[in-house]
Every structure is written in C-alpha cells, then in structure tokens.
Design a protein around this ligand. Structure first.
Ligand SMILES: *[C@@H]1O[C@H](CO)[C@@H](O)[C@H](O)[C@H]1NC(C)=O
Ligand SMILES: *[C@@H]1O[C@H](CO)[C@@H](O)[C@H](O)[C@H]1NC(C)=O
Length: 206
C-alpha cells in the first residue's frame, strides 16, 4: 500500500503519543535523519505544497535582479512523490515572463509551511526547520509527463481545475541541477540530482 499522509498526520508524528493516528490512514511519517540530506530533501520537497521561486527579472525597475514569487508545486500525489517539482503556469504571469527570457531559476521550500516547525518550536530561519533550495531551470512538460504533472498538481491543488482556461495554462517541471539542504547546524549541505532522485523520501513506520 502506498504511504498516504497529510498535514494532519504531520501534527501527530511529532507529538508524544507515538500511537497517534491520522484521520484517514494509520501511517506515521517522520523527517529522515539529518545525516541523510538527500532523503531530507526528498521529504521536504514532497511535504511542501508551494515554493518561492526566484527568477531573473525582466521587469522594470528590477531588470536583471532576483525576483522571488510564490508558486503552487507538487512532486506527486500524497505519498508518492517523484522528487520533481511540477508547476501549472501561464505566460500571463510575471515570473513566467522572466522564464521565457531566461529559464534559470531557484526554488525554495521549507517545512515552515507545515506544522512541523511550529510544533517543534523551530524558527523558520533555524536550520532545524528543514528547508531546501533547488538550482536549475523551468521546462515545459508534454505527453505522459504532463499527465503525471496534472495528477500530481490537481490532487493537491483542487482549485486549479477551475482556473480560467483562456490563460492557456501549461505544465512545467523544475529541472534540478543542484540541491542545497539546510536541516542542521554546521552549514549548508549539497546533494547532486542523482543522489536526490535515488533517495527514499520517507520510511513507512506503521
Ligand atoms: C513541449 O511542447 C512545447 C510546445 O509544443 C514545446 O515548446 C516544448 O519544447 C515541449 N517540451 C518538451 C520537453 O518536449
Ligand atoms: C536540464 O538541465 C540540464 C543542465 O543544465 C540540461 O543539460 C538539460 O538539457 C535540461 N533538461 C531539460 C529537459 O531542459
């Protein structure tokens, strides 16, 4: 059975009651150990529903400067993350216009957007509140990969189904060239795309 977990489960696995169960399924998930940064990165990438994406701006008065903006992402339906952050984009969007000129970008995702850091009392800037930065570029996806992107995104962002069709939405992925992990003291750790995609994001505990 696929591990299925939701935000409600996150609340529980950090609590003292190790027997706590989620409302829908009885599976607990846990952040991987900090000495396994590739697994931590996969875990964070799967838990996060949105990312801040920095592009190189093409818009005055910030031309040539970093421009960071929030995007809904999904690397797969709950419990089956691929590691690839997928996005649903339109060329009408300001950051997407930057990407048309220069597809290079950086995505940042943090467990601060889950209940984990609050529950543990970790400030978002603390490395213990695990966060990752991805370097790479944004590329459109087609065919079977677009079908997967649709399933990944629409299952976790149901209102996307109703976004205005005249905006010509398309599916895209973040093409990762380097992963940076901040999940413990001692500075940033780097993970290659190969290490990242080979890592198992989570362990099933129950
Ligand atoms: C997907 O299709 C678009 C539009 O036809 C094309 O520009 C793009 O290169 C394709 N991407 C891939 C990865 O095949
Ligand atoms: C992803 O990025 C790598 C490294 O820049 C590049 O060689 C590759 O062509 C890119 N893949 C796609 C689908 O654009």
């Amino acid at each position: 059975m696929d591990a299925v977990f939701r935000a409600a489960c996150l609340l529980l696995w950090a609590s003292s009651s190790s027997q706590a169960s989620c409302s829908r399924v009885q599976i607990r998930v846990r952040i991987p150990p900090h000495d396994q940064p590739a697994r931590v990165a996969r875990f964070v990438a799967h838990q996060c529903d949105w990312a801040s994406m920095a592009t190189i701006s093409t818009h005055k008065p910030a031309v040539g400067q970093p421009f960071s903006n929030a995007f809904s992402v999904s690397d797969g339906p709950d419990g089956s993350g691929s590691g690839v952050p997928y996005m649903y984009l339109t060329r009408m969007e300001i950051s997407v216009q930057d990407l048309e000129v220069n597809p290079q970008a950086s995505l940042s995702m943090s467990l601060a957007q889950t209940d984990y850091c609050r529950q543990q009392g970790f400030d978002p800037q603390s490395p213990l509140c695990a966060h990752i930065i991805l370097s790479g570029s944004v590329v459109q996806v087609n065919g079977t990969e677009a079908e997967f992107a649709k399933k990944a995104l629409f299952s976790r962002h149901p209102e996307m189904i109703d976004w205005p069709s005249d905006h010509n939405w398309f599916f895209a992925k973040f093409n990762i060239t380097q992963v940076w992990v901040l999940d413990y003291f001692g500075g940033v750790k780097t993970v290659t795309p190969d290490e990242y995609f080979q890592a198992a994001p989570h362990r099933k505990l129950g």
